[in-house]
Design a binder for this molecule. Structure first.
Ligand code: FAD
Ligand code: DHB
Length: 392
């Protein structure tokens, strides 16, 4: 048995866990990250691509924003496609803010590099991870690695282990409330080394279903189409994907799409989920471990970042100022932000997708709402404000 002690045990080396580790290190707070997968596996997951300014500011605070600031693409608007035409939502004019297109994989890579170069400890490939004692003064994490048992004693546990993690599941069911909505479709995503069709993202509402034209760089594109939950990614040939994407875009955009071999293709289900509260004694949930949004509003990664921004501040106040105020307010501060993002992501998803039971009336209502949205400054502003996000 290997025994160790740290101030904060972080479960999960996704963006929430890695960013929390980096922010704590800046305050001189010791943390160990325990991750069930390998570093290579974590880096191979292609997920989010849009960072709010608040997220970039947190990366800067953590000392890991150099590459993001240099290589990230500043986007001052998005385009909505419906009724065969594009309509721009101008973030700069409506909110004086922008977002940064920089992939989650790159954020994760930068955080991993910084952690490794500062010799901060991450235990990858940990099996049978268990958390205990968070309801009293003796929190601990136990796991197996290479057949050897490990015990990590700590002051606090940060549950950054995603939707399927063990931290939320370790809380007694009568101490937690959950709220959930599962959507009757998924997103089929393709990553390809082809130039993006436009310099800004296009969110398309079409009779055949939603489509999204996104990007990672000037030479790498990320495209999505709404698909059936019964679909399998490997049953979609690249050709079938490109054909379906182009059918859902205005003709002149469809013609401009550069196609090429996919370098990744996967299907993500869509879900809204919130667990309340986000603190249980000395256990704090953060990121997807506590909440899921459907990806339409590009909020998942940004919420994970702001959760750990609040948590790092609360822990710094605890250790450096001997104040429990930040930790005491952690759950309510996060949940206030989370529910705003849940509302926006649900609304934008409902507006842009084909729902099996909506019928012709539902689809005409979507058209009317989209026309109102692009025709009204206050409605466009509301979309822009929600998309670019709130300060911490
Ligand atoms: P995660 O990234 O899930 O990280 C959790 C980590 O904990 C993982 O590394 C996991 O291996 C580890 N872990 C799990 N269980 C244990 C355990 N028992 N012990 C130790 N470690 C454990 N958001 C967008 O904005 N746009 C998108 O296009 C988008 N696409 C997505 C596609 C998919 C398939 C998924 C699942 C999410 C997507 N998201 C998207 C959401 C966004 O990627 C997440 O909100 C973000 O990854 C949350 O970060 P996290 O660190 O909280 O959780
Ligand atoms: C991406 C994903 C999203 O969910 C979104 O709303 C915008 C961009 C992306 O993967 O690039």
């Amino acid at each position: 048995m290997v025994h160790r002690r740290t101030q904060v045990a972080i479960i999960g080396a996704g963006p929430a866990g890695l960013l929390l580790g980096a922010l704590l290190a800046r305050h001189g707070i010791d943390a160990v990250i325990v991750e069930q997968r390998s570093a290579e596996y974590v880096l191979s997951r292609i997920r989010a691509g849009v960072l709010e300014q608040t997220t970039v500011d947190l990366l800067r605070e953590a000392g890991v924003a150099d590459r993001c600031l240099k290589e990230g693409l500043t986007h001052e608007g998005i385009e909505l496609s419906f009724d065969g035409a594009l309509h721009r939502i101008d973030f700069r004019a409506l909110t004086d803010k922008h977002v940064t297109v920089y992939g989650q994989t790159e954020v994760t890579h930068d955080l991993m590099q910084s952690r490794a170069s500062s010799n901060l400890m991450t235990d990858y490939e940990a099996e049978s991870v268990e958390v205990s004692g968070f309801d009293c003064e003796r929190p601990a994490v136990r796991y197996l690695k290479g057949g050897v048992s490990h015990e990590l004693a700590c002051d606090f546990i940060a549950g950054c282990d995603g939707y399927h993690g063990i931290c939320r599941a370790s809380v007694p069911t009568d101490a937690i409330s959950t709220y959930e909505k599962v959507y009757p479709f998924g997103w089929l995503g393709v990553l390809a080394d082809v130039p993006p069709v436009r310099h800004e993202l296009i969110y398309a509402n079409h009779d055949r279903g939603f489509a999204l034209c996104s990007q990672r760089s000037r030479t790498r594109s990320r495209y999505y189409v709404q698909c059936s939950l019964d679909d399998q990614a490997d049953q979609w040939s690249d050709e079938a994907f490109w054909d379906e994407l182009r059918r859902r875009l205005p003709a002149e955009i469809a013609e401009a799409v550069t196609t090429g071999p996919s370098i990744e293709k996967s299907i993500a289900p869509l879900r809204s989920f919130v667990a309340e509260p986000m603190r249980f004694g000395r256990l704090f949930l953060a990121g997807d471990a506590a909440h899921i949004v459907p990806p339409t509003g590009a909020k998942g990664l940004n919420l994970a970042a702001t959760d750990v921004g609040y948590l790092a501040r609360g822990l710094a106040e605890h250790y450096l100022e001997r104040s429990s105020s930040g930790l005491d307010h952690y759950s309510t501060r996060c949940l206030s932000r989370v529910w705003k993002a849940e509302r926006f992501s649900w609304w934008f998803t409902s507006l842009m997708h084909r729902f099996p039971d909506a019928g012709a009336f539902g689809s005409r209502l979507q058209q009317a709402e989209l026309a109102y949205l692009v025709g009204s400054r206050s409605a466009s502003s509301a979309l822009a404000e929600n998309y670019v996000g709130l300060p911490l």
